[in-house]
Design a protein around this ligand. Sequence first.
Ligand code: ZN
Ligand code: FE
Length: 263
Amino acid sequence: MREAEVMQIIRLEALSDNYIFLLHDQTQNIAAVVDPAEAEPVLKVLTELQAKLVAILNTHHHQDHVGGNKRLIQKFPRVTVYGGIEDRGRIPAQQVFLKEGSQVQFAERIAEVIFVPGHTRAHIAYYFPPQQAGELGDLFCGDTLFAGGCGRLFEGTPTQMVNSLDKLRSLPDDTRVWCAHEYTLNNLQFALTIDADNTDLQKRYHEVKTYRSQGKATIPSLLGVEKLTNPFLRWEQPTLQSAVNSSDPVQTFARIRGMKDKF
Ligand code: ZN
Ligand code: FE
């Protein structure tokens, strides 16, 4: 019997508030990187691990997610660059064009691609299901779902974003959410303005506030916690609907998003 493969996930800070995630397979000593905002922090860890970069997994074309692509390719010419099919021409050096249901293999793990337009029209997420019962799955969702929030609608409609978030929301509660920005405290401060009586939210806010005051990262979060506290996953909750004077789920979402844009 072989032992279970180990995929270590290393969280790297980049730019002002971005996270880059390095997936490291310890058996083969290979790595994949999700949304390299810049190359330096990635190259530093790869050197420390003496690991070879084999894949770049981009969620969307924004510069703070693809900014490191070119430099990483120079250092690792055989790396494969993945992104959404609708991002053709927008992601530097993209080689693989993914759509809903596509699969990406890294070492012994296989990620399922989820098409999540809204923040951009081409955005995708990568979901690694748990390998065994009782383990956690891992969702790399870029700027679609944030801890306590969601991405701005730059190229998509509220309807599209609700559909996209609904797909992410349907994943198991025991899924780690690896989003690309440390926006959690601000997101929860906003959430409290429209969902003040939510005790799960209150509790989370205080935890996150303590974490941040100690300089700790709040990512990953757990999807089960997001479902209870993130206003952008709770468009059918009567309390949120009445907070924005609507009984329509998409309109509720759109109004909450509009309020957050000005928060
Ligand atoms: Zn973005
Ligand atoms: Fe971003």
